[in-house]
Design a protein around this ligand. Structure first.
Ligand code: SAM
Length: 247
């Protein structure tokens, strides 16, 4: 998936994911958690092309966006000229001022492939959060997802937007090494033009699912107190959202 985030392909991501994700609903969900804990600022890690940013920037919650891809950051800035966005890696970043809450949505935690990367990300997030700040993120639930991909069948996801018709063929298979719940995701992207399928790009990546138990321990070891797991289905994956407090 990483190649869809740069070199011009970010516009395909931008088009397709607007149809996969209801960003208004995402905003309502995450802002509700932030408001419940009386927090007035948020850092979004993996802010992508700035759709969620748009809603936060119209709200009373002070927003900052961080993303590894400079091309995704450019699209975010174009969509939200008044917003604050910075290129950075969640496993090693430093803000000028600490934030009261941090969110990581759309299963961006899937890119934390090693336990070391998870610990580094939690360490950086902890450093940049105020005391008792809230961390909220989602992850693909390995317990429900691995049985689905066991048969190695091709999945199709279609997206129609602004008179463009896209589809993606995905083949997902568990990583044979079984070090953790990593899986291979081979994806081919097409645009349909007059009933002809034009191949746009393809992408082979390795991404990671997690169990609730793994996150319980990761959070504990990095001085976060787990508040709750929320079961929340997404367009293609069974997902949990984690809410935790920095201690
Ligand atoms: C699945 S997309 C989600 C984007 C956005 N949150 C959305 O809802 O559309 C994952 C995003 O995470 C970013 N990303 C991947 N690894 C990252 C890292 N180590 N640090 C910061 N951002 C990262 C990618 O560049 C991409 O924009």
């Amino acid at each position: 998936m990483q190649s869809l985030y740069s070199n011009g392909f970010e516009t395909i991501y931008d088009d397709m994911y607007q149809t996969f994700i209801n960003y208004k609903e995402e905003f309502q969900f995450y802002s509700n958690i932030i408001n419940t804990h009386s927090k007035h600022s948020v850092l979004e890690i993996g802010c992508g092309t700035g759709h969620l940013a748009k809603y936060f920037l119209e709200s009373s919650i002070h927003y900052k966006g961080l993303d590894l891809s400079k091309d995704m950051i450019s699209l975010s800035k174009k969509r939200n000229p008044q917003g604050w966005f910075q290129q950075g890696d969640m496993t090693n970043f430093k803000l000028n001022t600490k934030t009261a809450s941090t969110i990581i949505t759309a299963r961006t935690t899937s890119y934390l492939l090693t336990n070391e990367a998870v610990h580094n990300a939690l360490k950086s997030i902890h450093y940049n959060l105020e005391m008792h700040g809230i961390l909220c993120f989602d992850f693909i639930d390995a317990n429900r997802f691995f049985p689905i991909i066991k048969n190695e069948e091709i999945m199709i996801h279609e997206a129609t937007i602004n008179n463009k018709h896209y589809y993606r063929e995905s083949l997902m298979k568990p990583n044979k090494r079984k070090d953790n719940f990593m899986f291979h995701w081979d994806a081919v992207y097409f645009e349909k033009l007059n009933d002809k399928a034009i191949k746009l790009t393809e992408d082979q990546s390795v991404v990671r699912a997690f169990t609730k138990n793994e996150w319980e321990l990761f959070l504990h070891l990095n001085n976060f107190e787990l508040i709750e797991f929320i079961d929340r289905k997404s367009y293609a994956f069974d997902t949990y959202v984690v809410v935790a407090k920095r201690i």
